[in-house]
Design a binder for this molecule. Structure first.
Ligand code: ADP
Length: 219
């Protein structure tokens, strides 16, 4: 029998992003520890970091990148730092920003990297914090209990995430409306049919799915 993959997802809106970033900025203002540099942990921390700069009036915005490699690429599945910081943060008050702490791996390795660069201070902030994470950021807006683990589909990642999720609905050939229904049943999200069609077009071009008569199937 085919295994049908199913887990809870949530489509996040830009309004929620603005609200959560505002919450975190409010906490930072209250702690009287205004950063002089903001560093986005890319790719997910990039938009929140930029918003944070605007709210807190910070001009210096830098990036470091981590990647969480899958088991095929990295046998122990650890996050790796793939882009180091290319600017000086010596004697700066640094705020490292990411979208979410889930395992906490990315934040942990980025923090270790930044501490070696002798900042005056280093604080961490995420919009969402899942309680299973091995590190708790200094600031966060929403705490997600481990038993409510969710895959958050951020608005800057929606197409990429739908391209990953859609093939999981094609454990058998389906029409567009059946795919929409499967998104609801397997992933608890409502995806408009026009968005399903756009995603199918991308997956068709990539050779991940094919037309099977009036339906769609995995290649
Ligand atoms: P963390 O270090 O907090 O565990 P990961 O290293 O697992 O984060 O993943 C890195 C990036 O993957 C995150 O910054 C985020 O963009 C994405 N990510 C991880 N977990 C989730 C989740 N539950 N929902 C949405 N995106 C996630």
């Amino acid at each position: 029998m085919t295994d049908i993959e199913s887990f809870r997802c949530k489509l996040v809106t830009y309004d929620e992003i603005v609200k959560w970033t505002g919450d975190v900025a409010k906490q930072i203002r209250a702690c009287d520890c205004k950063p002089t540099v903001v560093i986005g942990l890319t790719r997910g921390g990039w938009v929140p970091a930029r918003l944070m700069c605007d709210i807190l009036g910070v001009k210096k915005l830098y990036a470091v990148k981590t990647e969480h490699w899958g088991v095929t690429a990295n046998p122990d599945g650890k996050a790796l730092l793939t882009q180091e910081l290319n600017a000086s943060i010596e004697d700066e008050e640094v705020l490292l920003v990411d979208d979410i702490t889930d395992t906490g791996e990315s934040m942990t390795i980025a923090t270790a990297h930044l501490l070696k660069m002798r900042p005056k201070g280093l604080k961490t902030a995420t919009l969402l914090h899942i309680t299973r994470s091995r590190m708790e950021p200094d600031f966060h807006s929403v705490k997600v209990p481990e038993d409510k683990w969710t895959w958050f589909i951020f608005p800057w990642n929606v197409n990429e995430d739908l391209r990953t999720l859609l093939p999981k609905t094609l454990y058998e050939a389906k029409s567009v409306s059946e795919i929409k229904k499967a998104f609801r049943e397997q992933f608890h999200i409502t995806v408009p049919e026009d968005v399903v069609r756009i995603t199918l077009k991308d997956l068709l071009a990539a050779g991940t799915v094919k037309r099977a008569g009036r339906k769609w199937a995995r290649t």
